[in-house]
Design a protein. Structure first.
Length: 145
């Protein structure tokens, strides 16, 4: 049996760990400019985002189609109309953030709708507050043959 003060000590440690987080959250909330209402929010023109998503559905497919659930995720990306590259360990897609974020959710969901029992999605996102931003080509051109 655990020592009776263990749970009290654990709660104290957790409280101490959460203090900096609460302080940062409060400081951020005070410093954040007022947000526009969703009805009046207009995406900034020219904003660019690069995202890489790797879906890891379980199972990855069926006996007849080994990668059925992964292929369903890639099909969603293909149908998006955004520029993308399929790689061995994930797919990179680029475009405006207002299209990328919902796409990432749809890609994850597609594996489940294709029959996967569960799915883990690993996502990397790079964006810029300024217009433009690097493309995948800009980042890898010198390494391609």
């Amino acid at each position: 049996m655990a020592h009776p003060s263990f749970s009290r000590l654990r709660r104290f440690r957790l409280a101490l760990l959460s203090l900096p987080l609460l302080a940062c959250t409060a400081a951020w909330a005070q410093a954040a400019p007022p947000q526009a209402s969703p009805a009046t929010a207009v995406p900034a023109p020219g904003r660019h985002m690069i995202a890489e998503i790797q879906v890891i559905p379980r199972p990855a497919g069926t006996a007849d189609d080994r990668y059925k659930h992964v292929d369903a995720a890639i099909a969603v990306i293909q149908a998006s109309g955004l520029r993308y590259e399929v790689h061995g360990m994930g797919t990179v897609v680029e475009g405006p953030p207002e299209k990328i974020w919902p796409l990432l959710q749809a890609v994850h969901q597609a594996t489940l709708e294709a029959g996967a029992e569960r799915t883990l999605s690993l996502i990397k996102v790079s964006g810029s507050a300024q217009a433009g931003g690097p493309s995948v080509d800009d980042l890898v051109r010198k390494f391609r043959k």
